[in-house]
Design a protein around this ligand. Structure first.
Ligand SMILES: C[C@H](O)CC(=O)SCCNC(=O)CCNC(=O)[C@H](O)C(C)(C)COP(=O)(O)OP(=O)(O)OC[C@H]1O[C@@H](n2cnc3c(N)ncnc32)[C@H](O)[C@@H]1OP(=O)(O)O
Length: 269
């Protein structure tokens, strides 16, 4: 018999978050949009990147952290899923509700799923919380299978040196992304990039090489397998053959940093 975690299924409340075109454009620039990506950076023809929704929902994992679920100094974003229900308008407000989903017991760590729902999207954060396992719960599903064989497309995914400093202005101001001492405390040589920034940057690159529009994402997921440092150039590998969209992973110097990636764009339906 396994014990459910006391926070599994807990209601995290609801929140309405407002944003405007400037927020959406700043976000697009922070995840790597260029000046010529006019649909993403020019208010006269703006399309909002679906992953921008994840910045609007940052309050939800923060509420759970505030209840003491994990130590904010050591917890890491482990994985993310996003399902798009309706495109975000160029500006407006979004009402979201959040709850704790599953809580898995990995022995030395716990993995908390935080589920956020709105009329525009449904998203699940998986937060890896060292020191919070051992409560007698289930280990949960096995590590997702990685893509096998030679990728159909291999390209680079550049990140830039100021990327975490810029991306944090879109909402996630955890110290490991800006403060060298906080990064050192988790064993990193310098502040690390937000997992959601790497994921969104990968979507831009995948859209560019597959001919999709990055605002047309319908479904997205991936696991953050190792930290990325701003400025690193990643190797992005794509498997485009599957009917369910594109599978991908990103590797740095032989180490997978983003694994079990999947993205489906509207055009690929
Ligand atoms: C709070 C911030 O603002 C949010 C952020 O953006 S943080 C930055 C983005 N995230 C990161 O950089 C995290 C990168 N990932 C890592 O460093 C490592 O994967 C990790 C420290 C999370 C786990 O590594 P490690 O302790 O070696 O775990 P490992 O021994 O491989 O696996 C232990 C168990 O946890 C699971 N697990 C490992 N990594 C996981 C992940 N990323 N997400 C969810 N589960 C994970 C494994 O499946 C395994 O479970 P199993 O035994 O039942 O199969």
């Amino acid at each position: 018999m396994t014990e459910p975690h006391p926070l599994a299924g807990a209601d995290l409340g609801s929140r309405t978050v407002r944003y405007d075109e400037r927020d959406a454009i700043l976000y697009a620039l922070a995840v790597g949009a260029g000046a010529s990506d006019l649909d993403l950076v020019f208010e006269r023809r703006l399309r909002v990147l679906p992953t921008f929704a994840l910045t609007l929902a940052q309050w939800a994992p923060d509420v759970l952290a505030g209840r003491g679920a994990w130590d904010v100094a050591t917890a890491l974003h482990g994985a993310q899923r996003l399902q798009v229900l309706d495109p975000l308008p160029a500006s407006g407000e979004v009402l979201m509700t959040a709850r704790v989903g599953d809580v898995w017991d990995k022995g030395s760590a716990a993995v908390f799923d935080v589920v956020v729902q709105s009329r525009y999207f449904r998203a699940t954060w998986s937060i890896f919380a060292p020191g919070r396992g051992g409560f007698g719960g289930s280990r949960g599903p096995a590590t997702p299978a990685s893509s096998e064989g030679v990728p159909d497309v291999e390209t680079t995914l550049p990140t830039f040196a100021t990327q975490a400093a810029l991306y944090r202005l879109t909402g996630d101001r955890h110290l490991i992304h800006i403060d060298p001492a906080a990064a050192a405390a988790i064993g990193q040589p310098r502040p690390i990039l937000h997992g959601l920034c790497t994921l969104a940057a990968a979507v831009l690159r995948i859209a560019a090489v597959t001919g999709a529009h990055p605002a047309d994402v319908l479904e997205l997921g991936g696991r953050f397998a190792a930290p990325v440092l701003p400025g690193q150039v990643l190797d992005l590998q794509l498997w485009t053959g599957g009917g369910a969209g594109t599978a991908f992973r990103a590797v740095h110097a032989g180490t997978p940093v983003l694994t079990a990636g999947t993205v489906r764009f509207q055009d690929s339906r």
